[in-house]
Design a protein around this ligand. Sequence first.
Ligand code: NAD
Length: 247
Amino acid sequence: MAERVVVITGAGSGIGRSTAIKFASKGDKVVVADFNEKGGQETVDMIKAENGEATFVKVDVSKFDQVEAMVEKTVELYGSLDVVFNNAGIGKIIPFLDYTVEDYERVIGVNQHGVFYGMLAAGRKMRDLNIKGVIINTASVFGYLSNQYTFAYQASKGAVRMMCQTGALELAPYGIRVVGVAPGTVDTPIVQGYKDAGLTDKLKGNQMRGDLIKPEAIANAVYLLSLEEADVINGSVVMLDDGYASF
Ligand code: NAD
């Protein structure tokens, strides 16, 4: 397969980092996009240490102009834009009645608006360059299941789920495919707050095999979904949850 140009947001840590390493290991050129420069540069170094090709691009996905600039920079660097993984996300654990408007807006800004901005900027660029690309968005089992103390996160992931379905419909005429992934509980820094609260056993018990999911397992599935062989999967959000939600 010809090498592709892949942009991954939130690639400075966790699922995004593992996915960046996976695509690069298959010969793809990867833009490691994150607002955390240190983490992003570490991912690039890990890829380069294995003779892969990657470049760090700093972005705050909650700002549309920065997302557009990330897309421009990618095409400038590598001449194409074949796969975009809108994956950056944040959590916030607070009882509903303690929320401030700012808490809510921040989570929605990154998790929900960030995905919209990524789809819009990438979709326009793929259309203009006539690229039959793939856009993959990170939702969550929490876009389907209720959970205490994560109101904004749940709302944002539910929105991502519908953006995948509707976005696929809008972009299909241009040959652009949109897919979502809904991970279960993955062993990354985002779940540290739960671990600190002594909830590690509960987190493990969410999955059928009784353990946290490794970020590499999510990366493997995202890679498979990006392939042309998977092109019948369009507009769906695929559960990557080891049976947590059991759809
Ligand atoms: P993580 O905290 O390890 O990684 C998130 C990355 O996103 C970090 O590198 C962070 O710097 C980056 N980021 C945060 N805000 C950003 C912004 N505004 N602009 C650019 N980058 C930003 O967490 P993770 O578990 O790898 O999370 C990746 C995605 O997976 C998120 O969307 C998360 O909601 C989703 N998810 C995670 C789990 C889980 O259990 N870990 C489960 C379901 C879904």
